[in-house]
Ligand binder design. Sequence first.
Ligand SMILES: Cc1cc2nc3c(=O)[nH]c(=O)nc-3n(C[C@H](O)[C@H](O)[C@H](O)COP(=O)(O)O)c2cc1C
Length: 216
Amino acid sequence: MSNLDSAEYVLTTTRSVRKRLDLQRRVDRSLVEDCLDIALQAPNGSNMNTWKWVLVDDPASIRRIAELYELALNDFVVSLGDATGDNYQGAHIPGFERIDASVDYLRQHLAEVPVIVFPLMAGRPEGASVFYQASMWGSVLQAAWSFFLALRTRGLGSAWTTAHLMREAEFADLLGIPPQYTQTGLFPVAYTIGTDFKRAWRAPVSDVASWNQFQS
Ligand SMILES: Cc1cc2nc3c(=O)[nH]c(=O)nc-3n(C[C@H](O)[C@H](O)[C@H](O)COP(=O)(O)O)c2cc1C
């Protein structure tokens, strides 16, 4: 049994892969579809299967996606105003500089990834009640994360990104996504260079969980 057959190993070592995406190796459509088939076993509201998944492997589309992603990331930085550099609220998280360099690497190389996956949820969050919003997001994000885990078991990886949503309308236009759908992420998919990923830093359970009553 390889490590990748252990649920705990896969759950604790499925990282955001950017610098270790193998940009030289092509990925068969059938492999992506197999991982999605596994992912679609995730729960979803009333089992209505309202999710949609746009799988992109057309090189011209990927190049355009990369251009838009870059513009969207710039928009994000501009939206931060003074909250950049040392003022960025993530700047003091352990490993921040490594993450920052990795985010930048993906920005520079997104045009070279073999496949990009966009999970969509049916409906729009604007003005919806918290109940409807939770039901909508909850009916696609579990499957989205299962997709990452399935990729990991097969030697592939991805990075969860949302920065592109600064330009959601332009992405919808490019991919022909109708206005009643919401994009929930942009996942570059490739084989990983090696499969030996590690646990990451997280705030410990004792800092973030409390029994019976909320504790700040
Ligand atoms: C909701 C969400 C949005 C994210 N957006 C981006 C993004 O736009 N670009 C990016 O490179 N990484 C993005 N990330 C990846 C995080 O930076 C990453 O999960 C975090 O640094 C922890 O690293 P790890 O996933 O390897 O443990 C996002 C992650 C989540 C969950």
